[in-house]
Design a protein around this ligand. Structure first.
Ligand code: GTP
Length: 412
């Protein structure tokens, strides 16, 4: 072998060494806190099907193969450079973003809200402003409400209430029609429901302060991961410290997606590097990390497989059990895609039964003209809509405000 044969190796080897150093430097693996006696194992098992409910496995031998599956990825992921390693600019941590304040977001997003309800508000007002309302007019009102996904029960209630108002007071003009409609729609959306998010730290079994834990559930594609990312921004904007748990181990890219959301606002993500890892193990580690970091809130993203009710109940039940050994669940948010109408309601029903949902996030309200789904879904589950998604932008998630919503529907 002469020098020419060796040249590729001589050039290639240092390049490989530097590349490996950069890659390793970017990923800081922080072991999650060691569980105490009686605790669940921390998802450090390898292989398939190892469940957190099983007794802890014996400590594996040291070495690369024994690396834990679950890692805490730092918030900003700054590359760790050795003295003689130059980190290219494009690998440097991006500057942290400052999310928009959460208060008043729905009013700022009112234009999009108006789009979601324009046929509803405009058509209802168009009919109600007519001089003498005939039975055909009332039928038209009913049809408009049903087409906007308000649901049969709430539609009947609204029609009855409007008929009574018209009979008793009469409707003098368009302005009065608008005022009456606003009042009745608001009653339907129910401003008395408690829409506050359970994000206040609580107390664990041994009396120590533990973070609030928010579990986010729903079928795939509804916008769960995006919602967790946007919610982290809402909380950061409100001055809260957050840890994300990527317990959607089913979809390979979900953890990366979540980590990207977190890193933009300085929030760490607990994740597994192994596809199909036990989601309960990741959730457990996320909560333990939240405790040891003294975080205010841990947001746990889950996979949305609606295989069958028993499977779903099994998976979510296990995640819940494992989390609540460390900290109470303060909120279970069901993410629903507003564009899926009746189908979304069927999903809602199943999740409502298995997951103990405490609040609804309606996403993609910007992509539908059927804003009435807000009313229907609250009725269906008996749980308030707490947040609405109004676009794909990072700050397009707003705390739900009934008055701003109804005003959006009636905006012409
Ligand atoms: N227009 C609009 N798009 C949204 C909204 N929320 C989420 N999306 C989009 O919906 C798509 C699916 O979002 P994901 O967050 O990946 O959905 P997921 O439920 O986590 O999906 P799985 O991980 O497969 O379970 C993405 O393209 C999002 O940008 C919203 O409020 N409005």
């Amino acid at each position: 072998m002469d020098l020419n044969d060796l040249l590729p190796y001589l050039i290639g080897a240092p390049v490989l060494v530097v590349a490996a150093a950069v890659v390793l430097g970017r990923r800081r693996r922080t072991d999650v806190p060691a569980p105490r006696d009686g605790d669940e194992p921390t998802g450090t098992t390898t292989g398939t099907g190892t469940a957190v409910d099983e007794p802890p496995a014996a400590a594996p031998a040291a070495g690369p193969a024994a690396a834990p599956d679950v890692a805490v990825e730092p918030a900003t992921g700054p590359p760790v450079a050795s003295d003689d390693l130059v980190v290219p600019d494009e690998l440097a941590a991006p500057p942290l973003e400052t999310p928009e304040p959460s208060t008043g977001r729905l009013r700022r997003l009112r234009e999009r809200l108006a789009r979601s309800g324009s046929p509803l508000g405009t058509r209802l007002l168009g009919v109600l402003s007519r001089d003498h309302l005939t039975e055909d007019d009332w039928d038209e009102l009913e049809e408009t409400l049903l087409l906007a996904d308000v649901g049969a029960g709430p539609t009947d209630e609204l029609i009855d209430a409007l008929r009574t108002r018209v009979r008793v007071d009469g409707l003098r003009d368009g302005e009065q029609a608008r005022a009456v409609l606003r009042e009745q729609l608001l009653a339907l959306v129910d401003p008395s429901l408690d829409r506050s998010l359970g994000t206040t730290p609580t107390t664990g079994a041994d009396g120590q302060r533990v973070p609030a834990v928010v579990l986010v559930v729903g079928v795939n594609g509804t916008g769960k991961t995006t919602t967790v990312g946007k919610l982290a921004r809402v909380l950061v904007a409100d001055g809260r410290s957050v840890v994300l748990g990527a317990a959607d181990t089913f979809r390979a890219a979900a953890a990366d997606q979540l980590q990207t959301w977190g890193s933009r606002v300085g929030v760490p993500t607990v994740r597994s590097d192994r596809d199909g890892a036990d989601p309960a193990a990741v959730a457990f580690d996320a909560v333990r990390t939240g405790v040891s970091d003294g975080a205010d809130v841990v947001l746990v993203d889950t996979a949305g497989r609606l295989q069958n009710k028993a499977g779903l109940m099994d998976e979510l039940g296990k995640i819940t059990r494992v989390i609540t050994r460390t900290a109470p669940l303060t909120e279970v948010l069901l993410v629903l895609d507003a564009t899926t109408g009746q189908n979304g309601l069927n999903q809602a029903r199943v999740f409502g039964e298995v997951a103990g949902v405490t609040g609804i996030v309606l996403t993609k309200l910007d992509g539908t003209a059927k804003g009435g789904i807000v009313v229907a879904v609250q009725r269906e589950l008996g749980v308030p809509v707490k947040l609405v998604g109004l676009g794909e932008g990072p700050d397009d998630l707003a705390p739900f405000d009934p008055e701003a919503f109804v005003d959006g529907l009636l905006q012409s």
